[in-house]
Design a protein around this ligand. Structure first.
Ligand code: NAD
Ligand code: IPM
Ligand code: MN
Length: 364
């Protein structure tokens, strides 16, 4: 056995895109003569319905003993509205996995595809040359920091979260970001609200301190609100966008506008000391899309590209990830895809056409 994967479908379209992702992995085993062990388990609402927790202890143990974790998507109104007291790890299965595995580096790329120019509301000439990587801190910040909760105060409902970062939580993430910038265009845009918030003042200080060791990297700080505006006006001016857990979540959906659809975007959450990432959680950026779940319309490309990232980062098989990415480029250029991209094909039909392209690429 060469690699061990824990596969967690989750909810809504999560299990649908995961199933085709696993079929892709079987195909890759055949083509490249490698042996991958896949274990399946529950996460999110599917796990809650059976065990009244969003992620079991034994699933965390399995994840710790795997080389990579592949996730579909979690959530849905039925479970999002459950009010249980506790930490974010107790309230959400994915948050628990990220925290327990300490996968602090979120890598969320958004490419522009020439076959999809009409899909983006941004003009083609503005999109030319756009290729963005959102780096999102994944295991700290306002989504995790304590105290958080809700109570009645003076007869009124009061709910609170804490926007807080410790310097080491920011620093390891920022170092990883600067290292990645050297593999791209040596350019970073760090986003914050340092004009109004203490935790973002620290964020900006740490980014500046780390940048002193990277004189070859062009660094620009943007207030996040201005960055959102500049990004839509001039997307091709940006390369890496470096943000905290909260802003990174928002900006990684925003950049899907340049690609032409949220269903296209992949992600990786990596752990390990900087420069030595091994284990990762791989998942499309999109959610469980309850509005199209069960219709066979889910776009599986974000899942396929997440699998490409898994081969690159956790299995050190850049050759395989490149072949998957090239096959996706050809597929998108040639084929009428799922309805979110204005196509008429089902998830399965897109998968089958993708496998044709993959076979072609593997023969080259
Ligand atoms: P969403 O990403 O699920 O859907 C947003 C829109 O994009 C919807 O119109 C949906 O149909 C479309 N879409 C998303 N993925 C698609 C795909 N692969 N193919 C075609 N269309 C796609 O966001 P939401 O509606 O805000 O959230 C739904 C649920 O998912 C919530 O419970 C939320 O908490 C959860 N969620 C989970 C993750 C995750 O597991 N990583 C990420 C985001 C949201
Ligand atoms: C994401 C999602 C998650 C997040 C939710 C489902 C916990 O939006 O992966 O982008 O907020 O990180
Ligand atoms: Mn999100």
């Amino acid at each position: 056995m060469d690699h061990k994967i824990l596969a967690l479908g989750g909810d809504g379209i999560g299990p649908e895109v995961l199933d085709f992702g696993l079929q892709l992995i079987y195909k890759i085993e055949d083509i490249f003569g490698i042996n991958i062990k896949i274990e399946r388990d529950l996460i999110g609402g599917a796990c809650w319905d059976k065990f009244q927790v969003f992620c079991k202890n034994e699933t965390v143990e399995k994840a710790k003993n795997s080389d990579a974790i592949l996730v579909g998507a979690v959530g849905g109104s039925k479970w999002d509205s459950i009010k249980i007291k506790g930490t974010p790890e107790e309230q959400d299965g994915l948050m628990r996995l990220r925290k327990e595995l300490d996968t602090y580096l979120g890598i969320r790329p958004a490419k522009v595809y020439s076959g999809l120019n009409d899909q983006s509301p941004i003009k083609e000439k503005k999109l030319k040359g756009t290729d963005i990587l959102v780096l999102r801190e994944m295991t700290s910040g306002i989504m995790f920091a304590q105290p958080r909760g809700n109570k009645i105060e003076n007869g009124l409902r009061y709910a609170f979260d804490t926007a807080a970062y410790r310097e080491d939580e920011i620093k390891r993430f920022v170092i990883a970001g600067f290292d990645l910038a050297r593999k791209r265009k040596n350019k970073i845009c760090s986003i914050d609200k340092a004009n109004v918030m203490e935790s973002y003042k620290l964020w900006r200080d740490i980014v500046n301190e780390v940048s002193k060791n990277y004189s070859d990297i062009e660094l620009n700080h943007y207030y996040a609100d201005n960055c959102a505006y500049q990004l839509i006006m001039n997307p091709s001016k940006f390369d890496i966008i470096l943000g905290c857990n909260f802003l990174g979540d928002i900006f990684s959906d925003l950049v899907a506008v340049f690609s032409g659809g949220l269903g296209l975007l992949p992600s990786a959450c990596l752990c390990g000391p900087p420069k030595n990432f091994v284990k990762g959680i791989y998942e499309p950026v999109h959610g469980s899309a309850p509005d199209i779940a069960g219709t066979g319309k889910a776009n599986p490309i974000g899942m396929f590209l997440s699998i490409a990232m898994m081969f690159e980062y956790s299995f050190e098989r850049k050759d395989i990830s490149t072949i998957i990415e090239k096959a996706i480029d050809k597929l998108i250029y040639k084929v009428n895809l799922t309805p979110d991209l204005n196509g008429k094909l089902s998830t399965e039909e897109v998968f089958l056409k993708f496998i044709d392209e993959l076979n072609n690429e593997a023969r080259v």
